[in-house]
Unconditional design. Structure first.
Length: 128
């Protein structure tokens, strides 16, 4: 489903991500998720770590509903309100993803009420 592309001719990854990924199969595009409690619809504000964990848990729920898992994710886009949280983001991120890591983009964004928003693309396996 996922094949990591790596070349010494390109810039080496400086974190938990792949230079590129080739994906084969049906895809699911998960819209931007944030730290919203799915049972109450309330924002779960607090530490960056708590917000990131809730955000990734929300993504996991959607991946499962689509018939995919964390190992099927090929691309992640993350938006952080403060790039000072980048190291903590990487720590939380590596709890959910293992090598070969998805391709990834992380940028600072003008998020008003939350510290993090994440979207992703995954390949849905035809059969497990």
């Amino acid at each position: 489903m996922r094949t990591r592309i790596s070349t010494e001719k390109g810039a080496a990854p400086t974190g938990p991500y792949s230079q590129a990924i080739v994906a084969d199969g049906h895809q699911v595009y998960v819209s931007g998720q944030g730290p919203v409690d799915p049972l109450t619809g309330e924002l779960q504000l607090g530490s960056f770590c708590a917000q990131a964990e809730r955000t990734f848990e929300n993504i996991g729920i959607l991946l499962e509903a689509a018939g995919a898992s964390w190992g099927d994710v090929v691309k992640v886009n993350a938006y952080l309100a403060n790039m000072d949280d980048f190291a903590e983001y990487n720590e939380v991120y590596t709890r959910y993803f293992q090598a070969p890591y998805p391709a990834r983009t992380t940028v600072q964004s003008d998020l008003k009420r939350i510290a993090i928003e994440v979207d992703c693309i995954a390949v849905v396996p035809r059969a497990r």
